[in-house]
Write a protein that binds this ligand. Structure first.
Ligand code: MN
Length: 754
């Protein structure tokens, strides 16, 4: 083999993946440029998906050279080395697919639900995976949550299509004979079952592949169960952002009498885990009091799993734990993780020392407060909500005589147990005791997130592929885009602050495919905030990003987001618009006519006591933005825009139309008044457009709105210098003191038109 051969770029290896999918129609990740490295993969990540497509199958995906080599295995993995299952080598998938769990929409390639059945590390045992795969055999060790030990893919010499392989377990201590069961017989006496039947659930959401499409129903069922046990409506919102620890502290005294369950002390970190829609927090409370330390940015795998749960709101009491190779909790490994993440290689860190959250209690679920419910019922709900095997899992408490439990703990090297009284509500700390197993106290490793927190506080974003050409005609690069957004951050950010921003990504520049970012990108730093939005039909959830600071702006620029679209409302109230927009679309007309119409609009607005701010759309047209002060309902905002649009057509019937049917517009300017609404986004001021020239949507002074205006003159290369001269010409849009008399304006407008 020619060792000097240039490694194939990961992006090119995703060609078949991209050809099979329409990024705007599927919810699957499209993939970023990944450094293919040296072409010698010895260790990587793996995922096994269970995919209920036309035919149900398992997809075994192992990282090779920055992408996921993928094998469809209809019968799935078996722990019996004699069970050699057919595996069809399919197209390479982007590394982001490690985290993909969703229902692929009808009509798309691979339509149907897909769960993350297993995740972990793959170690190639006989040399670089690239070389092995080419030779038609891959020997590797899996360190997953379900699959462990040595495995093999062997290419079938007689394969007609050339893509047929066999997948099977190698003999080792993790192998099981099928006739003896893959998994030891369940205590319930159900008898032996293969691993795929014994462990059917996702390691992210805990759902089976059949349940995934019914996530909301299942979530509602858990809440109904909690209500049946007496859980009351959640009144105290403070529990979702607690300033002091909401967690019960056990007494250091021996419990007496009957009716206890015991949670073994784990060598981990006790945290309060909170998911409230898109917001996830892992709060660590220092012993002896003090403010919580938010550590979620270190554990994106746990965050991802919390977001996947069939409960949009949940508060858990639990322990963050890293396991060593023999499966024992190891705080030193966790301490290592706390520093590793600071280096920015999140994927590497999460793969090499996975951390899981073991939940011992449930405080909040959906819209109910579970704390008043008795212990056994709380744990029953917790057990139903969380998987036994996964990134967030339910703890398995011990029962029996305290002496027996402690003796068993000592034998296993566990320092003690927390005893919890049956039947008691969560708040009753008198019902919790800590009992030592008598082992000499170990020196606990110190987990110091501070170095990492300092890094996180700096919110460093590493920019990848700066040299990649994004505008082929001009030779402008991704680096030019990132630098432009850094340059204009001070004037741009106030417009985006607390406002949902819709992202469109162009990983290969303006000539390549583009797609809306409706999901949380893999490895997204925890400090990047998002929120779920409904689409126009209310049927689908979309994602808005909150771009409130310069690092977030850099992060999204690095995702190759060229245009930034924003809604006319702020987070605090998504039903109120603080401005409305008239868009003068000149695609079938001329800018000269748009200028005439915009100037007429200015006069109309002045007559009714409103002010309009013009900007270029960044393409060929013009926008006029009209501030509404503290905000008004979208109906009012849209109504004003519509009436003004019709008034413009009345005054200039020869050059203006509000006709929604493109064919009927002729050569008139289309006055689009429909860009204001709870699901409508406009291109933000100072946003770059994904068109030749790298033009920018640029605020204008009214004396620039003349037939001489050249919107193409405002580009990522010219706008920063222009800003230095003109300042932000749109600043008045955001000045609440300039809030207009909207009711007065509506009345005046009615009079003006009659
Ligand atoms: Mn598949």
């Amino acid at each position: 083999m020619d060792r000097k051969r240039k490694p194939v770029r990961a992006r090119e290896r995703l060609g078949e993946y991209e050809r099979k999918r329409s990024p705007e129609a599927t919810n699957e990740p499209y993939g970023d440029d990944v450094d293919p490295g040296t072409g010698e993969t010895l260790v990587g990540a793996f995922v096994v998906h269970l995919h209920d497509a036309t035919r149900r199958h398992y997809d075994v995906r192992i990282e090779i050279g920055g992408v996921l080599a993928s094998f469809a295995v209809p019968r799935g993995p078996s722990l019996d080395p004699d069970e050699k299952h057919l595996a069809v080598n399919t197209e390479d998938h982007p590394i982001e697919y490690l985290d993909f769990e969703d229902v692929i929409p009808d009509g798309q390639y691979g339509a149907g639900p897909m769960i993350v059945w297993d995740r972990g590390v793959v170690l190639y045992l006989e040399g670089p995976a690239e070389k092995e795969k080419e030779a038609g055999k891959l020997h590797f060790e899996l360190r997953g949550m379900k699959l462990r030990g040595r495995w093999t893919f062997v290419k079938l010499a007689k394969s007609v299509k050339g893509n047929e392989w066999l997948f099977f377990k190698k003999q080792d201590e993790h192998a099981r004979k099928a006739k003896n069961a893959d998994v030891d017989a369940a205590p319930s006496g159900e008898g032996p079952r293969p691993i795929i039947d014994a462990m059917p659930c996702s390691v992210l959401s805990g759902l089976t592949v059949d349940e995934l499409a019914h996530k909301d129903t299942i979530g509602a069922r858990h809440v109904a169960q909690a209500k049946k046990h007496g859980a009351k409506a959640l009144r105290e919102r403070a529990i979702l952002a607690p300033t002091s620890s909401p967690l019960v502290t056990p007494h250091a005294s021996t419990p007496t009498g009957e009716g206890w369950v015991f949670d073994p002390e784990l060598d981990g970190l006790r945290v309060c885990a909170i998911r409230d829609d898109d917001r996830v927090a892992l709060l660590l409370y220092p012993t002896g009091g003090g403010p919580a330390e938010a550590v979620e940015s270190f554990y994106p795998d746990v965050v991802r799993a919390l977001r996947a749960l069939p409960a949009t709101r949940v508060v858990l009491d639990g322990e963050l734990v890293a396991f060593d190779a023999s499966g024992h909790p190891n705080l030193a490994l966790l301490a290592h993780r706390a520093t590793r993440v600071a280096k920015g290689d999140i994927l590497r860190a999460t793969t090499q020392s996975p951390v899981v959250l073991i939940a011992t209690d449930l405080l909040v679920l959906g819209d109910v407060d579970v704390r008043g419910v008795g212990l056994e019922a709380r744990r029953e709900i917790l057990g139903a909500l969380l998987p036994r095997v996964g990134f967030v899992r339910a703890a398995q408490p011990l029962e029996g005589e305290l002496d027996v439990v402690l003796t068993a703990c000592a034998a296993l090297g566990v320092g003690g147990v927390v005893a919890k009284k049956k039947g008691e509500p969560y708040a009753a700390s008198s019902a919790w005791h800590y009992a030592s197993s008598g082992l000499a106290p170990r020196s606990r490793a110190i987990v110091d997130h501070r170095a990492g927190v300092r890094e996180t506080a700096l919110r460093r974003v590493t920019i990848s592929n700066r040299q990649k050409i994004f505008w082929p005609d001009e030779g402008y690069t991704k680096g030019d885009l990132v630098d432009y957004y850094a340059n204009v951050a001070d004037v741009l950010l106030p417009y985006l602050a607390a406002r949902p921003v819709i992202l469109v990504r162009y990983p290969d520049g303006i000539a390549g495919k583009s797609f809306f970012q409706w999901n949380v990108p893999v490895g997204m730093p925890a400090w990047v905030r998002t929120l779920s939005l409904e689409d126009e039909s209310g049927a689908e959830r979309r994602r808005g990003f909150l771009v409130d600071d310069a690092p977030t702006l850099q992060y999204i620029a690095n995702l190759a987001c060229i245009p930034l679209h924003m809604l006319a409302c702020r987070m605090a109230d998504l039903t109120r618009a603080d401005f409305f927009t008239l868009d003068f679309d000149v695609k079938q007309s001329t800018l000269r006519h748009a200028v005439t119409l915009a100037r007429t609009l200015r006069e109309l607005l002045a007559a009714i006591g409103l002010v309009g701010y013009p900007k270029t759309s960044g393409q060929s047209g013009l926008h006029v933005l009209v501030p509404l002060g503290a905000g008004h309902g979208f109906d009012t905002a849209r109504g004003l825009a519509d009436v003004l649009g019709r008034a413009l057509v009345d005054r200039h019937p020869d050059i203006a139309t509000v006709d929604r049917v493109v064919g009927r517009r002729g050569t008139k300017v289309y006055v689009d008044t429909g860009q204001t609404g709870p699901t409508r986004a406009i291109v933000a001021p100072y946003s770059v457009r994904a068109v030749a020239g790298a033009t920018v949507s640029t605020p204008l002074a009214w004396d620039e709105v003349t037939p001489d205006l050249d919107p193409r003159a405002f580009t990522i290369k010219t706008v920063p210098a222009r800003l230095a001269k003109t300042g932000d010409l749109l600043a008045g849009l955001l000045d609440p003191k300039k809030g207009p008399d909207v009711a007065g304006a509506v009345a005046k407008l009615a009079k003006l038109l009659t």
